[in-house]
Ligand binder design. Structure first.
Ligand SMILES: NC(=O)c1ccc[n+]([C@@H]2O[C@H](COP(=O)([O-])OP(=O)(O)OC[C@H]3O[C@@H](n4cnc5c(N)ncnc54)[C@H](OP(=O)(O)O)[C@@H]3O)[C@@H](O)[C@H]2O)c1
Length: 295
């Protein structure tokens, strides 16, 4: 079985393409430079050349604040890109796995968001990702959309790396304490995707297709996440951990609004696919070790 992956240099794409084979699955990854998903002919060429059994789209425009002033770019990558991939996959009869985001919700509901919750994105990034989801559903029935949240890993940019970087030069860091969510390790998302890929060929069960939520176990705030990062990293750090001060969203304005509650319910993926939800805290320790060793 052959899988091709777009966005192979991103956090999740990198984890998906670390090995050239997993069990019976042969993996071919394409970075942005190798495959631009806004160009349908490039997608078609790669599909014609590699003849994959599954396409995994890990490419996205993920700069949440910048999206507010670069909406054309955000929609090109997050709506037109998945639309192109879905068209090629549908014509070539290849299932598509696509990754989406908790930011499709407005976060006004205090309970964990299920797949059935109405979406109502409050920023350009969330809107563009929602449009991408819709086009996939309209174009190809053999699809899986996995919404994830607060992604971190060893490769690429993320909150963990930002904290370690600004902690070097700041004794005090103010972090928002009124946005709730679940951090999710990129390597766990990759493992979940490979588990899903394994389920697909054995399954005649069409009800597997659809939308699923997956995030790390244990909700926190960005403040809680930052505290945990420095608590776990402290023994390895060549500098004194900064003081982390909780602030409200209104005290820390950003270009894009973010949902107050981003917690995703993972019941569906657990029950339908037998996927275990891993606690993010123990995984954070492993990721920190790797980041600090590589510095
Ligand atoms: N990061 C998060 O916290 C988060 C949270 C929820 C959901 N998600 C979703 O999870 C998925 C993976 O996110 P991630 O954190 O791995 O993102 P990431 O690290 O930003 O990686 C995205 C990759 O896509 C590439 N890309 C951008 N435009 C492209 C194009 N036109 N054609 C091909 N590749 C292109 C980027 O390349 P360049 O760097 O060259 O632009 C980058 O390598 C995305 O669907 C994202 O929306 C992420």
């Amino acid at each position: 079985m052959k899988a091709i992956i777009s966005g192979a240099e991103g956090q999740v794409g990198w984890e998906l393409t670390r090995k050239s084979r997993i069990g019976k699955i042969e993996i071919a990854g394409f970075s942005h430079q190798m495959l631009d998903i806004t160009d349908i002919r490039s997608i078609q060429n790669i599909v014609d050349k590699y003849r994959p059994d599954i396409f995994i789209n890990a490419a996205a425009y993920t700069r949440v604040d910048q999206a507010e002033s670069e909406s054309d770019m955000a929609f090109a990558v997050n709506r037109a890109g998945p639309a192109n991939i879905a068209r090629v996959c549908e014509n070539s009869k290849i299932p598509l796995i696509h990754i989406s985001t908790d930011y499709v919700f407005d976060g006004s509901d205090p309970t964990p968001y299920t797949e059935e919750h109405p979406v109502s994105p409050i920023g350009i990034y969330g809107k563009s990702k929602w449009e991408g989801e819709k086009i996939i559903r309209e174009t190809i029935s053999s699809h899986i959309i996995i919404r994830v949240s607060w992604v971190f890993g060893t490769h690429g940019n993320n909150f963990v790396k930002t904290m370690l970087r600004i902690g070097k030069t700041n004794n005090v860091i103010k972090i928002v304490n009124d946005q709730l969510g679940c951090p999710t390790p990129a390597h766990n998302i990759a493992a979940v995707i490979w588990k899903i890929v394994e389920l697909i060929p054995d399954s005649n069960d069409q009800s597997l297709w659809g939308t699923y939520h997956y995030c790390g176990k244990g909700e926190t705030t960005w403040y809680g996440f930052a505290k945990e990062i420095f608590t776990l990293a402290e023994p390895f750090l060549p500098y004194q951990s900064p003081d982390i001060i909780p602030v409200t969203t209104s005290e820390y304005p950003t270009l894009a609004k973010r949902p107050a509650n981003s917690v995703l319910s993972c019941e569906k993926i657990k029950t339908r696919m037998g996927i275990r939800i891993q606690p993010w805290r123990s995984e954070l320790y492993k990721v920190l070790e790797r980041i600090i060793q590589n510095e």
